[in-house]
Write a protein that binds this ligand. Sequence first.
Ligand code: Z5A
Length: 234
Amino acid sequence: MLLTQTGRVMSRKNSLFITLEGGEGAGKTTLLEKLQQALSEKGYEVVATREPGGTKLGNMIRKILLNRDIDCSIGNYTELMLFLAARTQHIEELIEPALEAGKIVICDRFNDSTIAYQGAARDLGVDKVEQQCFLACHGVLPELTFFLDLNPEIGLERTKKINKDSAPQGTVDRIEAEKMQFHQKVRSAIQQIAVKEHERILTIDAERPAEEVFTVALKKITETLLNKGITANV
Ligand code: Z5A
């Protein structure tokens, strides 16, 4: 989607911007990989990316934000600004050019994460953080979002079993290391956004097997592409 000068949000005709949201271990990375493969096989040009990250600067900011052993304090508002700085760069360098070129962009986490983690769980204020996200994105917003809803106790248990960013197995990052109450707040905040923005967000029960989650998401994307008249370049 993009924002007109009058502040009206409108969708791009020949491209689709999709985001994946949910707590740790909900299955976003798994779904991203499956969707990228399935859509590419159908002949669509797909850009799969994640936040924080997606650009060189974004990955540098990611290291600062997620490193549990970082040797300096990061205030909550500073944390918000770092996530948003990474996002603005991501949009300018990767997301917007890909959408302009008519590609499907699928991004693991985006504004809803910021509203839930920084706005709700860090208590910076949901409305205030939503406005800041809007500014940072200068109108480049997802048209479709899948919220993989999962009890964080199950999600965090799943992530303990995998290696992330070459970290030793069982290592948790700075945000994962927060108390369970923090992760419950995140879940509840995304659930509320999903109710409020039900036209954009499809909630999927992430306790279902990964293949079922993928089938539901792919069906929705296929319908959306059909509605927009977007066909693959085959
Ligand atoms: N953050 C923030 O605070 N503010 C922001 O604005 C943004 C982010 C953008 C990024 O972490 C952190 O930054 C994150 C939010 C915060 N907080 N934390 N921590 P990340 O990018 O490193 O990690 P993540 O986004 O939380 O993803 P994850 O932990 O890697 O989980 P996932 O991608 O959702 O899950 P997965 O890797 O696909 O699956 C995890 C395991 O479960 C794996 O072994 C799978 O094989 C398995 N799996 C997947 N699906 C299933 C199903 N359906 N059933 C059973 N098992 C499954």
